[in-house]
Structure formats: structure tokens, C-alpha cells
Design a protein around this ligand. Sequence first.
Ligand code: IDP
Length: 140
Amino acid sequence: MAIERTFSILKPDATRRNLTGAINALIEKAGLRIVAQKRVQITRAQAETFYAVHKERPFFGELVETMIGGPVVVQVLEGEDAIRKYRDVLGATDPSKAAPGTIRKEFALSVGENSAHGSDAPETAAIEIAQWFSGNEIVG
Ligand code: IDP
């Protein structure tokens, strides 16, 4: 299996509750390396662009408000099979359905405030990484 990179966001509910380190511990325990990381306040326009795929969904407005409700930590994670591996570490979108030991089971408050995002495919990972990091900010 090839070494991949995936994009991660530690969402406002996580930064608000000071969970950055606890979530990073689960990421690193899974064998993923944090090769880029920064704390940012997302603008409304950035949130709408990032989640454009969901713009017709009934929860889109709530999703955008949630993502701009406080600082986030954007990250690039690197490792073998990183995209699938991080999705496994995240757990199901709905924390009540997430497996024990996953980020969302351990930390998420609700579907809307589910603590972290991870890319779902190589194409989206590449787009999302490029949206938030320049090449020289990623140090593998
Ligand atoms: P994912 O983050 O597990 O890939 P997606 O289906 O891509 O899940 O949805 C993106 C984000 O939108 C979720 O992480 C969640 O925060 C939010 N979301 C999804 N479904 C709902 C919903 O029914 N109500 C509120 N927020 C939702």
C-alpha cells in the first residue's frame, strides 16, 4: 500500500473544548504523521467553498455556521493508506454510530459537531490540501 496524504480539520467544537492534543494523540497512535498543521479562523466564503458538494442539503446552513463558529486546526496527515486509515480513526459521521476508540465516538457532541473532518478520496484530498496549504508548508 502506498504512502498517501490526507486532509484533516479539527472542528470548532474540538478546539473550543481544548481537544487538539487528545485528537492528535489518536491520529499519531494510528500511525499517521502530522506533516502540516495550523490553527485558522475559516471565513464564511471558505466554508461554503469547502462544503460546496453539500450546498443543496438541508443541513448546509447549519454546517457552515458550525465551521465558522470558532477556530479550527487544519492538518495534512501522511502514512500508509492514510485516507482510509484516517476515516477509520474518525469513525462514523453520526457519533452515536461510531465505533469505540474512534475520534467521533470519544469526543463528538452530535452529527453537526462531530469534532473532525477527513478527506474521503485521493482526488478530494489533493483539492483540500491545496486549498489550505502551500507546498513548502508541508514537511514530511
Ligand atoms: P463526513 O464528514 O463523515 O465525510 P459528510 O456526509 O461528508 O460526512 O458530511 C459532512 C459534514 O456535514 C459532517 O461531518 C457533519 O458535520 C455534517 N452533517 C452531515 N449530515 C448532517 C445532518 O444530518 N445534520 C447536521 N450536520 C450534518
